[in-house]
Design a protein around this ligand. Structure first.
Ligand code: ADP
Ligand code: MG
Length: 495
């Protein structure tokens, strides 16, 4: 048994969710979630906590079911403080405890109703079908999975922004059809959704060569569907109706990966079709993986009954990468291209291209091309700047932003002395101002961690990194600090 804190722990046994959940457990868990909502964003609760199930509440001990031990570890690591506070507040009673147990999926679980669809004229949920009749399998080997071979786990850089998504994705490849089904992954544009879900496909094909894994995008799926309807209309002679053939194909899959489901919006017919396919696959314990460019709560124009399918399994997000992760990604991409950039250029790109990894890739190849054709393979910040300005529109060339200016502005803003920031003083105000200044130095200049440390009176790079991380974590939740940083940045930029 692993003990994480004195108040919450993990029971190292797999359990079947056989017993009915007590109303007390449900009730106390609801209260727990309400309290969590005071310190976490709705999205965080939806992403991380909605999958946990209360099992029992007895003797001031709440038992929760988690999908896996990995999942539990991530939750505890990320939210230990918030969870600990609620337990300390006495919600669970005196010496209240939280215990996690791994849930084993029920053997023949059917899709469960979450909300009945208004326009559902059929029975809302299909019965589990018998094994797919082999004669329906129109598509015999060789089977084209439609996967790109360039996307795999080994070349996918992991970091805080994607750790849950990667952990779940990898777990799926070890046991497709069981845990985390369906898997819904969401995140902004160009930050690795396609790469990750294709990696799942490639890994499953590698581990289980007989499994029929198929990747498609919602637009391609829609096109296939609409042209199959057209075929239904014209192709009376063939005896095999287009939609029927398509239906049999999709229902014969072991793993369906459907990318960019936001594009199903407004396409009622396609949604109905995918809904039927989903139910069949799911009831036959086949794995379904969806990606979307927005969280489920923001999906529009997709029928509720389909949306309820998106959320009936596991949901994970990918957030924009941090600065460190951008640096790691740039290095990985350079390694793949067999190219070398000076460290300051790598930091410069990481500081200026923030949201999309796809854009980072275009900048790297732009810089390489420019350098090859115009600068005899020289690579420096001047060349990088040109490409970045062309690609992202602007580039913050940090010519005027010096560490001195940052320290000066931060000291003024928080009313502490510049010398204090440079010293080792640990009074609360000074230490905080120093962390903010270090954070800004890393965000706003191209300097390495080492040289930022040196400029702060000889601190080491680990101190700078630690300060940067601390402020970044606070910024995620604290809108006051967000405003302060915005103000300070504005002042620095106008110096
Ligand atoms: P999305 O589907 O979210 O729009 P993609 O998966 O197409 O984004 O990613 C865009 C590009 O960025 C791809 O070439 C992909 O290889 C790369 N990429 C994204 N995330 C990572 C990562 N964590 N590590 C390495 N490359 C990544
Ligand atoms: Mg994509």
């Amino acid at each position: 048994m692993i003990k994480i804190s004195t108040t919450s722990e993990f029971q190292n046994k797999d359990v079947k969710n056989e017993a009915a959940v007590s109303p007390e457990a449900t009730d106390i868990w609801k209260k727990f979630l309400d309290l969590l909502a005071q310190s976490l964003k709705e999205m965080e609760i939806e992403t991380w906590f909605s999958i946990l199930k209360p099992k029992a509440y007895e003797n001031n001990t709440l038992t929760l079911l988690v999908p896996s031990k990995d999942y539990y570890s991530i939750i505890e690591r990320r939210f230990n403080t918030q969870i600990g506070k609620i337990i300390d507040s006495g919600l669970l009673g005196e010496d209240g405890r939280l215990i996690y147990e791994v849930e084993e999926p029920a053997a023949e679980e059917e899709v469960k109703a979450t909300s009945p669809a208004v326009h559902d004229i059929q029975k809302p949920y299909t019965k589990p079908e018998n094994k797919i009749n082999t004669k329906d399998r129109e598509f015999k080997e060789p089977f084209n999975s439609n996967l790109y071979s360039k996307f795999y786990f080994e070349n996918f850089v992991r970091g805080e922004s994607n750790e849950l998504a990667v952990a779940v994705a990898y777990a799926i490849t070890q046991n497709p059809g069981n845990l985390y089904n369906p898997f819904f992954i969401y995140g902004g544009v160009g930050i690795g959704k396609t790469h990750l879900i294709q990696s799942i496909g490639n890994e499953i094909v590698k581990n289980y060569p007989d499994k029929r894994v198929y990747y498609t995008t919602a637009p391609d799926f829609t096109t296939q569907f609409t042209s199959s309807i057209a075929k239904d209309r014209v192709d009376f002679s063939s005896g095999v109706l287009g939609t029927k053939k398509l239906d049999a194909f999709y229902k014969s899959l072991d793993v369906l990966i459907l990318d960019d489901v936001q594009n199903l919006a407004g396409k009622q017919g396609t949604q109905d079709f995918i809904y039927q396919i989903f139910n069949t696959l799911y009831n036959n314990r086949k794995h379904i993986i969806f990606s979307c460019d927005k969280p489920i709560s923001q999906i529009k124009d997709i029928e509720e009954r389909l949306v309820s399918r998106f959320k009936c399994g596991m949901i994970a997000d990918i957030q924009p990468p941090s600065w460190e992760m951008r640096v790691a990604i740039i290095k990985k991409k350079l390694e793949e291209l067999d190219a070398v950039f000076p460290e300051d250029v790598i930091h410069y790109i990481a500081s200026n291209v923030k949201d999309s990894i796809r854009t980072i890739e275009s900048c790297i190849s732009g810089i390489l091309t420019e350098s090859k054709f115009l600068f005899k393979n020289r690579i420096d910040i001047d060349i990088a700047e040109k490409t970045i300005v062309r690609t992202v529109g602007t580039s913050r060339r940090q010519k005027n932003i010096s560490i001195e200016n940052i320290i000066y502005t931060v000291a003024q803003y928080y009313n502490v002395s510049e010398n204090g920031i440079l010293s080792k003083k640990r009074t609360k105000e000074v230490a905080f101002a120093r962390q903010v200044a270090m954070y800004l130095a890393k965000e706003m200049t191209n300097l390495t961690l080492e040289s930022i440390g040196l400029n702060f009176g000889g601190k080491d790079h680990a101190t700078v990194l630690y300060s940067h991380n601390t402020i970044r974590q606070i910024l995620k939740k604290d809108s006051n600090l967000q405003n302060q940083i915005k103000d300070i940045k504005e002042q620095i930029n106008t110096l």
